[in-house]
Design a protein around this ligand. Structure first.
Ligand code: SAM
Ligand code: DTB
Ligand code: SF4
Length: 323
């Protein structure tokens, strides 16, 4: 059995990323089989509960007030709308409902409204995840006592490349929030985005940061940049799909017991690339027509892909073999 390590050196990570492709796939798949059912995929659905007008300047994001994107802004959704969306996600086979808000950080008043949403979704028998920006220790504890299962907060890239993408907060701000979440006893969901013009070493440094935390994040989303008109990264060069698959494989090897989520970017990804990602150790996806503000593959497409690959949803609807 593979051991959990928290002392990865950058040369080791770079060496894994540089392995011959077949050797890397073989190694990652072995680790995957030792730790998970290889044909099962966990399914989460996303909802943007507060859209746009965000004061942060993340260079990839449609929701930053600093970029001129053609996004319709929305205030925090009413509870009833959230409950209806969660019910629909559950009916379609999702086991976790993830709610995202375009905030730098939540106010205590807004946090109370999100807590009502978390409690309502939990009562429906789904796992809950929220991503609300930076948190204080107190806010993280408040979310924990309300029963929140996961908090998503991505490191996004390496510490060295971070300043090229975001100027309104620091890498340390991200690490501090993750520590508050971990200390509160909430499961951590943290990963990054590939294809923002970073180097392979930046990708290795991101994985090293995630794996060398005291505890590995329970969930590691790997996003392929969705290029959004009007953002500074709209013209970023497309990442080689093999490089994306390599990063998934190395995440699997370094964090053998974590769920690795094939996250944003599936719409532009071939079915074959996705199949390689599942073989390399990805075992979670976002399911549903929309991510937060951008398109995700249609549900029919995903259902067919699962059937073609013989994949099953983890803890899916009773009696359903595929999605
Ligand atoms: N405002 C909160 C925050 O930044 O933590 C929560 C929402 S934010 C949209 C959640 C994550 O979505 C980001 O950290 C980033 O990794 C991912 N994301 C946002 N826009 C993206 C894009 N265009 N392509 C890929 N991933 C993206
Ligand atoms: C994550 O790593 N990816 C999700 C979720 N966590 C919140 C968000 C993807 C957003 C993609 C761009 C959009 O739809 O706005
Ligand atoms: Fe705001 Fe989050 Fe988008 Fe950054 S990624 S601009 S913090 S919504």
């Amino acid at each position: 059995m593979s051991e959990l390590r928290h002392d990865w050196r950058i040369e080791e990570v770079n060496a894994l990323l540089a392995m011959p492709f077949s050797d890397l796939m073989f190694k990652a798949h072995q680790v995957h089989r030792e730790n998970f059912q290889p044909n099962q995929v966990q399914v989460s659905t996303l909802l943007s509960i507060k859209t746009g007008a965000c004061p942060e300047d993340c260079g990839y994001c449609s929701q930053s007030a600093k970029h001129d994107t053609s996004l319709e802004k929305e205030t925090l959704l009413p509870l009833q709308e959230v409950v209806e969306a969660a019910q629909e996600a559950k009916d379609h086979g999702a086991t976790r409902f993830c709610m995202g808000a375009a905030w730098r950080n939540p106010t205590d008043k807004n946090l109370e409204r999100v807590i009502e949403m978390v409690q309502a979704v939990k009562e429906m028998g789904m796992e809950t995840c929220v991503t609300l920006g930076m948190l204080t220790e107190m806010q993280a504890q408040r979310l924990k006592s309300a029963g929140l299962d996961y908090y998503n907060h991505n490191l996004d890239t390496s510490p060295e490349f971070y300043g090229n993408v975001i100027s309104t907060r620091t890498y340390q701000d991200r690490l501090d929030t993750l520590e508050c979440v971990r200390n509160a006893g909430i499961n951590v969901c943290s990963g990054g985005i590939l294809g923002m013009g970073e180097s392979r070493t930046d990708r290795a440094r991101l994985l090293q940061q995630l794996a060398n935390m005291k505890f590995h994040p329970e969930s590691v989303p790997i996003n392929d940049l969705v290029k959004i008109e009007g953002t500074p990264l709209a013209g970023a060069a497309k990442l080689d799909p093999f490089e994306f698959i390599r990063v998934v494989a190395v995440a699997r090897i370094m964090m053998p017991k974590s769920y690795v989520r094939l996250s944003a970017g599936r719409t532009e990804m071939s079915d074959e690339t996705q199949a390689w990602c599942f073989f390399a150790g990805a075992n979670s996806i976002f399911y549903g027509e929309k991510l937060l503000t951008t398109d995700n593959p249609g549900e029919n497409h995903d259902r067919q892909l699962f059937a073609r690959l013989g994949l099953q949803t983890e803890e899916g609807r009773p009696g359903s073999t595929y999605l």
